[in-house]
Design a binder for this molecule. Structure first.
Ligand code: PEP
Ligand code: MG
Length: 332
């Protein structure tokens, strides 16, 4: 079995009827790179940079960040690296010591998942964000890079990010440092507001990525880390399936690229649904890449399209699960 998967590394990720689906890797630290390369990833679809900021008592300096980002970019040898700006907050909060370097008083939130997280945290502690953007623009001279914004909730978020990018660029310019400014900018679709507001976001961003983990959490108002409500965190809920479908259809119709980067992307029973919607890129833990590639090579995109249409007519999570199971059984 293992030899079979190693052999798959050199094979194309393409359906029986010729639709290509690129498989990218999700990584947290530069150390995850060898695994991504071994799995034959087409690139990095999600570099969760907040992990550079966690489990320490200080903050990563600009130089440390430049080095970490360049290591990943160079390591991908020309393949695209999608770097997400820090998604700090929620269940990924800085240590008390690191926070004390940013905030004057003790920082406490009753409801962190709905609090200062991701872009909101970065805007609240702007010097931290500017430092990261400077590091990213400096590192981007090393190869193929694009930036991805977490928890985009409105067009204002994007405008505020662009203002921060301008500020960082002006500083680098004045200091005579080498940097790249025109880096493609994408947004995570992980809030219901991003799905409903797609027509406002589409003209402002170059590409999109579906963060299904948070899309499930925020659509169903169920904390993804709270075991008491885990049965409500159900990625087969019809509302979630319809949000995913709407996002993929609208972004694709606008001629822009959309990938799926939440855990759902690495679940083989979901693969026919994504292919049926016309999604041509999935990003996942590298460990799942061979299994998903094997699944894609056994599917017909035409059958998947009919299947996805049927899934979207289901009226309960149980019924969606049944449809997924039936289709998967039919492949055996
Ligand atoms: C997601 O929300 O699906 C996602 C990919 O981001 P994270 O899991 O890091 O929140
Ligand atoms: Mg997320």
């Amino acid at each position: 079995r293992n030899r079979q998967l190693v052999k798959l590394r050199g094979e194309d990720s393409v359906t029986l009827d010729g639709e290509a689906v690129e498989l990218f890797a999700n990584i947290a630290l530069p150390d995850d790179l060898p695994e991504a390369r071994k799995a034959g990833a087409a690139g990095v679809g999600l570099f969760r940079t907040e992990f550079l900021f966690l489990n320490r008592e200080d903050l990563p300096s600009e130089e440390e960040q430049v080095e970490a980002y360049q290591k990943v970019i160079r390591g991908m040898r020309g393949r695209m690296t999608t770097i997400r700006t820090a998604d700090i907050g929620g269940d990924k909060m800085l240590s008390r010591e690191s926070l004390a370097l940013l905030a004057d008083s003790d920082f406490e939130e009753a409801n962190p998942a709905l609090g200062l997280r991701a872009l909101r945290f970065c805007f609240a502690f702007r010097p931290l964000f500017i430092t990261q953007l400077r590091a990213l623009m400096r590192a981007a001279t090393a190869g193929s890079v694009r930036l991805l914004l977490p928890m985009v909730s409105s067009s204002s978020d994007v405008h505020e990010v662009r203002a921060c990018i301008e500020e960082a660029a002006a500083q680098l310019e004045a200091e005579g440092l080498r940097y790249r400014k025109n880096i493609p900018l994408g947004g995570m679709i992980e809030l219901p507001a991003a799905v409903a507001g797609l027509s406002d976001l589409l003209p402002l961003l170059d590409f999109f990525s579906l963060g299904t983990n948070d899309l499930v959490q925020y659509t169903l108002a169920a904390d993804r880390t709270n075991a008491y409500v885990s049965r409500y965190c159900d990625d087969c809920h019809p509302a979630v399936m319809r949000f995913i479908a709407e996002s993929i259809r609208r972004v694709t119709a606008a001629g822009k690229e959309i990938s799926v980067c939440g855990e759902m992307a690495g679940r083989p029973e979901m693969t026919p649904f994504f292919i049926g919607l016309g999604c041509s890129a999935l990003s996942m833990d590298p460990a799942h890449i061979p299994t998903i590639k094997e699944r894609i090579r056994a599917l017909s995109a035409e059958d998947c399209e009919i299947f996805a249409r049927g899934v979207l007519r289901r009226r309960s999570a149980e019924s969606v699960r049944e449809a997924l199971a039936d289709f998967n059984d039919s492949l055996k």
